[in-house]
Design a protein around this ligand. Structure first.
Ligand SMILES: Cc1cc2nc3c(=O)[nH]c(=O)nc-3n(C[C@H](O)[C@H](O)[C@H](O)COP(=O)(O)O)c2cc1C
Length: 357
């Protein structure tokens, strides 16, 4: 699949997830088979650009091309400035967020709330495309299927976006009203795909290789975006890529391999966030990685009491060494690992979603 001049190595993307898909996590997913990654969203509000959170999100050191940055906001001129600002800091693709359901975004008419205001959505798209065009930077748009079951207007917005110069679309098959609970549907993604000539990426509940194939078949989308199922399981990208290419299921990774990936991820994570903050924010990644493994829940509880990077790494080494002695290959989940179907996870996501802006 192509976005503007960029030919992606495959049609598997890491979904932008605020508070999750920072640069270390995106890089890990790219190494393990994702062909594309979009940054966590960056606010268009200029006064926040120098905040630690936003400047970390605009750090693309060592990230493979194309570097895609998502921006969120409500003001067309501000959004254009945010696009230029991020292009100056390395963005090669600018993605406009019309999908985030978070209240603090929606109250300000940003995120998915923009889907309810088509004239404003169009003004934002036109303004961002005009800012990016002179630099040859393609603009993409990520949206939900609509605001509510009664206002499912993704097709109209997609036509508008294509007409205004957007290079690709990502559609999460849920309405804003749905939030995260309930199942994603792909009829709207299929309708969008049939309505436009630009590439369409399907998003929502893709949590296994067979599900990926089913979504591709149902939607006829050009590519897939995987979010929650990659949390703690970033090798899902290579599993899906292998299955789509061969129809075969890859064996589970070696337990020692998983331990190595997690170790490297954490080193990158501490380097970006600093030790104190990094140790705290690493806990969620560790929790996702171990939650479905034997002894994982008890380990997760213990992990939350540990401080210091070396202590955290040492505890992980011991956990995985003990696991590898029993299970040289990563054992199948001891409990359902499909986050999309897991109510407890939905609650956790709602917490994370607050970090959207
Ligand atoms: C914690 C979390 C944060 C998210 N943050 C963003 C975001 O910043 N921008 C965005 O467009 N979508 C965001 N999303 C939505 C995802 O990109 C994706 O469309 C959605 O989770 C459905 O895909 P999944 O079922 O594979 O997770 C977020 C989702 C989660 C769970």
């Amino acid at each position: 699949m192509k976005i503007g001049p960029y030919v992606l190595p495959n049609g598997l993307a890491v979904a932008p997830m605020a508070g999750v898909t920072d640069r270390p996590f995106r890089q890990l997913c790219r190494r393990l088979g994702a062909g594309y990654a979009v940054s966590e969203m960056v606010t268009s509000r200029r006064e926040l650009w120098t905040s630690l959170k936003t400047s970390r999100r605009a750090d693309h050191e060592g990230e493979p091309a194309p570097v895609a940055v998502q921006i969120a906001g409500v003001d067309p001129a501000e959004m254009a400035d945010a696009a230029r600002y991020n292009i100056d800091r390395g963005a090669q693709i600018i993605d406009i967020n019309m999908g985030c359901p978070a209240k603090k975004v929606c109250n300000a008419w940003a995120g998915s709330a923009l889907m309810r205001n088509e004239p404003l959505a169009r003004a934002i798209v036109e303004s961002v495309v005009a800012a990016c065009a002179p630099q040859g930077v393609p603009v993409t748009l990520k949206m939900r299927s609509g605001w509510s079951a009664a206002e499912r207007n993704a097709v109209a917005l997609s036509r508008m976006a294509e007409d205004a110069g957007v290079a690709a679309l990502a559609v999460h098959g849920r309405t804003r009203e749905q939030g995260f609970p309930g199942a994603a549907e792909y009829d709207t993604v299929a309708a969008v795909k049939a309505a436009v000539g630009i590439p369409v990426i399907a998003s929502g509940d893709i949590d296994s290789p067979p599900k990926a194939l089913a979504v591709l078949r149902a939607s006829k989308a050009d590519a897939l975006m995987i979010g929650r199922a990659a949390q703690g399981r970033p090798w899902i990208f290579r599993e899906i890529a292998h299955f789509l290419a061969t129809g075969q299921t890859l064996p589970p990774p070696a337990t020692s391999e998983v331990a190595g990936w997690l170790h490297e991820h954490l080193l990158d994570h501490y380097a970006l966030h600093g030790e104190e903050r990094g140790v705290r924010s690493a806990r969620k990644h560790i929790g996702w990685a171990v939650r479905a493994l034997p002894g994982g829940e008890a380990f997760r509880a213990r992990m939350n009491t540990l401080t210091g990077a070396e202590t955290q790494l040492q505890a992980l080494r011991e956990f995985f060494q003990a696991l590898a002695a029993q299970h040289p290959q990563l054992p199948p989940p001891a409990q359902p690992s499909a986050p999309a179907a897991d109510a407890a996870n939905d609650a956790r996501h709602d917490v994370s979603i607050r970090h959207c802006a």
